[in-house]
Design a protein around this ligand. Structure first.
Ligand code: UDP
Length: 375
């Protein structure tokens, strides 16, 4: 039934969303021709996937069908069934998943069902907020993974505290460090980018908002957008590249008036986002990845959430957690008033996410776990 494939592409990398493309890109490059890229299609369009595949120079993925745009259980089930078929037809030596998405869970369950060694990149993150589907996904995947790649010592400690029984917990660092270093445009390109958006270095806010807790109700989304509007009304430019989920929520809840003073764009490509973030006086975001990127870009971040699975940026002084509501505008004003001192402080603060060699380590460990090409 299970045949050993003669194909060199023996490491299946399963992903389905923008942050997975970003953070798995350096690992896929490290794996080279041994990587077999499988995209579940959870977010499959030009803005959220197409431009990232090109920009990050990733190979054309195998694409699953009928996964995106449906509720969570249906997404996981549809992806799982297709992954089982694909991995039975051509059995990989190991399956790699990253983070906490539905694609992560589906890839992990497919590996588990077929007895294929499973690698979890970014293992051990915990928000301890069971209202977040991502928290369930992380916990489940960690408990069935064979190789757990913890980005920080704190992540590894979370795994040990739960008696996670995988073969190995390895402290690897986070691949975000190398992807930011490689994809950040050079100074001239960044200057041109800021000119294109009419922005002045160290004098604007870059915001992203997309998590269900901030977009599922008119109250929650209204609370965030009102505060961004307040910042803009006080004279600081606010740029908001808008996630598709947020755009449809704005329309559904009739909140477009709150965008009048902001500069709203489609989601921007990765290099552009990094370039814009690199010179922002302040980032405001509920994104997971931005909490890591801010530590490499040395920019302050207000995390618009009630909990975070990434306390490292807060502990290192880059970020603060702030609930949606007036506290956000008030804290933003205070941080903006302190911009030169804050930027000077952060410039010499090391990133807690490692040394830029995480993908090299993870590739080596994964290839060792998968074993030789023809076992
Ligand atoms: N990002 C981007 N363009 C944008 C907004 C975000 O390239 O317009 C990047 C951002 O730098 C980060 C990733 O997308 O690497 C975050 O994706 P998202 O917020 O969707 O997911 P999360 O990190 O919360 O899981």
């Amino acid at each position: 039934m299970t045949t050993c494939s003669p194909s060199p592409a023996r490491i299946a990398v399963v992903l389905g969303t923008r942050p997975e493309l970003v953070k798995l890109a350096p690992l896929i490059h490290e794996l080279g021709p041994t990587a077999r890229l499988v995209h579940t299609g959870q977010h499959w369009d030009e803005a959220m996937s197409g431009q990232f595949l090109r920009e990050l120079d990733l190979p054309e993925p195998e694409l699953l069908s009928g996964v995106g745009g449906r509720p969570r259980a249906g997404q996981v089930a549809a992806a799982l069934a297709q992954l089982e078929t694909a991995f039975t037809a051509e059995r990989p030596g190991a399956v790699v998943v990253q983070g906490d998405t539905n694609a992560t869970l589906a890839g992990a369950l497919a590996a588990n069902a077929l007895g294929i060694p499973l690698v979890h990149v970014e293992a051990g993150l915990r928000s301890r907020d069971r209202a977040m589907p991502e928290e369930h996904n992380r916990v489940m995947v960690d408990h069935i993974a064979d190789l757990l790649c913890a980005a920080t010592e704190e992540n590894a400690a979370n795994l040990r505290a739960e008696s996670v029984t995988g073969e190995a917990i390895e402290l690897t660092g986070n691949t975000v460090v190398e992807v930011v270093e490689r994809q950040l445009p050079d100074a001239a390109a960044r200057a041109a980018l800021l000119a294109r958006y009419g922005l002045t270095e160290d004098a604007y806010v870059l915001a992203t908002v997309h998590r269900p807790e901030n977009t599922d109700t008119a109250e929650a989304l209204g609370a965030v957008l009102s505060e961004l509007d307040r910042i803009a009304a006080a004279g600081t430019a606010v740029l908001l590249p808008m996630h598709p989920r947020t755009r449809s929520a704005v329309e559904r809840f009739g909140l477009a008036a709150l965008l009048a003073r902001l500069t709203v764009t489609e989601p921007v490509g990765y290099g552009d986002f990094l370039g814009l973030a690199r010179h922002a006086a302040l980032l405001v975001s509920d994104s997971g990845g931005v909490q890591e990127e801010c530590t490499v870009l040395k920019r302050p971040l207000l995390v618009v959430r009630r909990s975070t699975e990434r306390p490292e940026a807060v502990d290192a002084g880059f970020a603060a957690l702030v609930p949606p509501g007036p506290e956000l505008g008030t804290l933003a004003a205070a941080w903006l008033a302190d911009t030169p001192d804050r930027l000077a402080r952060l410039a010499s603060t090391p990133s807690p996410y490692g040394d830029g060699l995480a993908s090299e380590r993870i590739a080596r460990l994964t290839l060792a776990l998968a074993g030789p090409l023809t076992a």
